[in-house]
Design a protein. Sequence first.
Length: 87
Amino acid sequence: MSIKFGTAGWRAVIADEFTFANVARAAQATADYWAANPVGGTRRRVIIGYDRRFASDAFARRTAEVFAGNDFQVVLTPCPTPTPSVS
């Protein structure tokens, strides 16, 4: 199943296209890209936040696990956090 991104990010139905497996695929692809294309002067660190939508915290934890498994330092917000705060 393909993952389709638009101008507003990934839009999908939870448990249909938006699954733990697809979240892990997207996280792994991102980790692979960042590892292969490091930005000079930066560290292998990622900040992961989530919102109040259903299972958002569980999807964030799965994403954190993928990045940690790729030797990234992970900062996972402890509670729902607005996107601008994570940015």
